[in-house]
Write a protein that binds this ligand. Structure first.
Ligand SMILES: *Cc1c(COP(=O)(O)O)cnc(C)c1O
Length: 364
């Protein structure tokens, strides 16, 4: 069968390996498996959200409120923007998809940093767009500006903190860059891990309100999947000027998130202390990874997120290391597919991190 030509050049997104697979393939007991591969919140979800979902489980026969009134009110309050500035997606991934479909056509171009979130490329290619990448894995805005002027892309993706490297961009440097960008170029600022960066270093914090007031061509993306601990519920959002949000709404199917996802997200927004505590504990545990890397002379990328990237020298192979960890029931993310000899490890609970250090010591 023939398909749309654009598919020829698309690689299927490789998600973190699920616990169930390790149970099946290696016969390891589920309770002995430590998954540090998908940047989920190791402390789970807000207990308030879990309670609310249990209480309202009987509502699953109903369609959700398609205006998403209450969730938008919560986000409005959190960010100080108008309801008209918000769109909700099944994960921020879905908002990304809306944006690519709304802005790109065959022959369009998009610009991004060399090593960044794989879905940008996939959604752009689905629309037949050409991909322009910088030459370094850190956001180098001098180079990005040169490429912008040369290639005139329709979308620029900025992921901060960046996945899978964990580094973050200074707000001032990003804003200087955005000053140079034409109003017809959509700039997508993906803040999936912004709660972590904001805690660690105020100069990396990007407030959607300030961003969209200064730059009418910017679209901010946020998610409940990471610090909020709702990865399984699939809720994300976009914040932008009304003109952009109206365009994205034309791409949205009705009832695009479930009624229980809505309830979980609404309750999670009310439980600020759960998120704050998760983020605080994350950096407490992160320090152990830094100490570990220093002691074992492993190169790491200073991280503003809930994961850390260890880069290995030539004598060690990240693919083999992650495979051996897997056989010990510890799931991490190998970055060979991103052309890095590195592994990305989600910062877990103290006990999970103990397990990782023990297993990694054995493997190395
Ligand atoms: C996890 C992640 C997302 C989106 O996740 P959703 O679960 O779809 O909200 C977006 N961008 C980056 C960089 C991520 O790591």
């Amino acid at each position: 069968m023939t398909f749309n030509d654009v598919l020829d050049d698309i690689k299927v997104y490789e998600a973190g390996k699920p616990i169930e697979l390790v149970v099946r393939e290696y016969g390891i007991d589920e309770k002995d498996i430590v998954k540090l591969a998908s940047n989920e919140n190791p402390y789970g979800s807000s207990p308030r959200a879990v309670e609310a979902v249990k209480r309202d489980a009987y509502k699953m026969f109903m369609y959700p409120d398609d205006s998403m009134y209450e969730l938008k009110s919560g986000l409005q309050k959190k960010f100080g923007v108008k309801r008209e500035n918000i769109i909700i997606g099944a994960g921020s991934d879905q908002v990304l998809e809306f944006a690519c479909r709304a802005k790109l056509k065959n022959g369009s171009k998009v610009l991004m940093t060399k090593i960044t979130f794989a879905m940008y490329e996939i959604y752009a290619k689905q629309m037949g767009a050409g991909i322009i990448k910088s030459s370094t894995y850190r956001h180098d805005f001098d180079e990005l500006l040169k490429l912008y002027k040369k290639e005139n892309p329709d979308i620029i993706f900025v992921c901060t903190p960046n996945n899978p490297t964990g580094d973050a961009v200074d707000r001032a440097i990003l804003f200087d860059f955005l000053q140079e960008i034409d109003e017809d170029t959509l700039v997508i600022v993906d803040g999936a891990y912004m709660e972590y960066a904001a805690f660690k270093d105020e100069s990396k914090n990007i407030e959607p309100k300030e961003l969209i007031e200064k730059f009418p061509n910017a679209l901010y993306l946020g998610t409940f999947s990471k610090a909020y601990g709702l990865g399984g519920m699939r809720v994300g959002y976009g914040v932008a000027g009304e003109e952009i949000i109206k365009a994205l709404y034309k791409m949205r199917p009705p009832f695009n998130i479930t009624i229980l996802s809505l309830i979980a997200a609404i309750e999670s927004l009310k439980d600020k202390s759960f998120v704050d505590e998760s983020v605080r504990k994350n950096f407490e545990q992160m320090q152990r990874y830094i100490d570990y890397a220093l002691k074992r002379k492993i190169e790491y990328i200073p991280s503003y997120t809930n994961f850390i990237t260890f880069i290995f020298d030539e004598e060690r192979n990240s693919k083999k290391i992650s495979q051996k960890l897997l056989e010990k029931g510890v799931i991490v993310r190998d970055l060979t597919g991103y052309s890095l000899n590195a592994i990305r490890i989600t910062i877990g609970t103290p006990e999970q991190n103990d397990r990782l250090f023990y297993a990694l010591d054995e493997v190395l």
